[in-house]
Write a protein that binds this ligand. Structure first.
Ligand code: NAD
Length: 387
């Protein structure tokens, strides 16, 4: 591939997340002058008619029902894995071994063993790797992170987060999300992984968990639901803070709410995705201020409009994420620590596994993390595939 050639994209999956990622790729080129150019080479799915539609709607050049063709396609430099959880490990590992950069959706894998294998493979391939924790790319969430890092909240005492959705209450057929082998877990890995990632990124590494889970809807049609649809957990952070995490797919009628609060010795911040452009902050004076994160200097605003003040939406977090990834591939930055790489995806998977253990043992489960063998990692030798 010549230095000026566009970066070829292969996308596995043609569902919800494929739409979010494709839109982000199209946005990135349109929004940033000088952004690395990308070419939508190939989309993979199972239903040929909907793949034809994806080509017509988004401009994918080709489609396939066999992701192996993408992994072996020399025109593809970046592989987006937006398949079901159980399809994260094999195609991602194959793409990494073929020297492709990879953005893999969360949870990185259905379990920590697979996630560790993916991280190890990515590190030894020397390519750029990212796990799709898009809430890091909401401007208000990045601002909360920056305030914590700057010491404005002081030492963290409490972290609490919720991810509550209602769609599980719909009368729908069984899907891969209800299967233990295809999903790994239910609300824990699906919604919980987002707030675990936020907990780790904002408040530090988790060292132990206690948890309960429920399967409120145990059957869909004649099929048995094999995973949890709600959980709650108490968590310990390595810095001594304590936390509470809760996620549900069957939480009444509000639709979707990802929210957190951080309390420290100097003050508090709180965020909810229902008011995505706002971060609330209170210092020791207990005056609550709402920061509308649409100023020219606020995170990600340089991507958008000439005049500050315009709000962004949930879908735009994927645009910010892809913009960050392309900058890392071009060698202008790194995915971590502001974005989540496969190391973050792996550590999150260890927490999910510990939560699952805790729901069975009813005990406080410690979490241990594996380290990479430094001799098995390679420098980022395959960067700068784009101008
Ligand atoms: N970051 C987020 O906010 C977010 C939101 C939703 C889902 N996700 C994650 O994204 C991933 C996909 O979720 P989704 O909601 O897009 O699922 P989905 O069911 O809407 O789409 C999955 C796609 O994978 C395709 N697929 C399944 N098996 C295949 C195979 N063998 N070969 C080719 N294609 C195959 C299906 O045809 C479908 O197009 C999951 O890991 C999920 O956890 C992330």
């Amino acid at each position: 591939m010549s230095a000026n050639a566009p970066l070829g994209i292969g996308m596995l999956g043609n569902g919800f997340m494929a739409k979010a990622h494709t839109k982000a790729l199209l946005d990135t080129g349109a929004l940033r002058n000088g952004a690395p150019r990308t070419a939508l080479i190939s989309i993979a799915g199972r239903n040929e008619a909907s793949l034809v539609e994806a080509c017509q709607q988004y401009g994918w050049e080709s489609y396939t029902t066999d992701w192996r063709e993408q992994v072996n396609d020399p025109r593809i430099g970046l592989f987006h894995n937006t398949g079901p959880n159980a399809l994260h490990v094999e195609p991602t590992v194959a793409a990494l071994r073929a020297g492709k950069h990879v953005l893999c959706e969360k949870p990185l894998a259905a379990g920590a063993d697979d996630a560790f294998h993916m991280w190890q493979t990515a590190a030894s391939a020397g390519v750029t790797h990212m796990c799709g924790f898009n809430f890091r790319f909401a401007p208000a969430v990045r601002l909360a992170h920056d305030m914590v890092e700057a010491g404005e909240i002081g030492d963290i005492i409490h972290f609490r987060a919720q991810f509550l959705e209602s769609s599980g209450l719909d009368d729908r057929a069984i899907t891969w999300r209800d299967s233990a082998t295809e999903a790994g877990s239910g609300a824990i890995g699906d919604l919980g992984s987002h707030i675990i990632d936020l907990a780790r990124w904002l408040a530090g590494e988790l060292v132990a968990v206690q948890a309960f889970s429920r399967t409120v809807i145990p059957q869909r049609g004649s099929d048995r639901v094999e995973v949890d649809d709600a959980f709650g957990a108490l968590v310990d952070f390595e810095g001594g803070a304590g936390g509470v995490l809760e996620a549900s797919r069957v939480a009444g009628g509000f639709g979707s709410r990802c929210a957190f609060e951080i309390d420290g010795t100097l003050g508090s911040v709180r965020f909810t995705s229902e008011r995505l452009n706002d971060l609330e902050h209170a210092g020791r004076d207990r005056v609550i201020k709402t920061i509308r994160v649409t100023g020219a200097a606020h995170p990600f605003m340089e991507l958008w409009w000439p005049n500050p003040g315009h709000v962004v939406g949930w879908g735009d977090t994927f645009t910010h994420e892809v913009d960050h990834l392309l900058a890392a591939i071009a060698g202008r930055s790194t995915v971590a620590p502001l974005g989540a790489d496969f190391g973050d995806g792996y550590r999150c998977a260890e927490v999910c596994d510990a939560l699952l253990r805790a729901t069975i043992s009813n005990a406080r489960e410690p979490i241990t993390y594996r380290s990479l063998d430094p001799s098995a990692t390679a420098p980022d030798r395959l960067r700068a595939a784009v101008a």
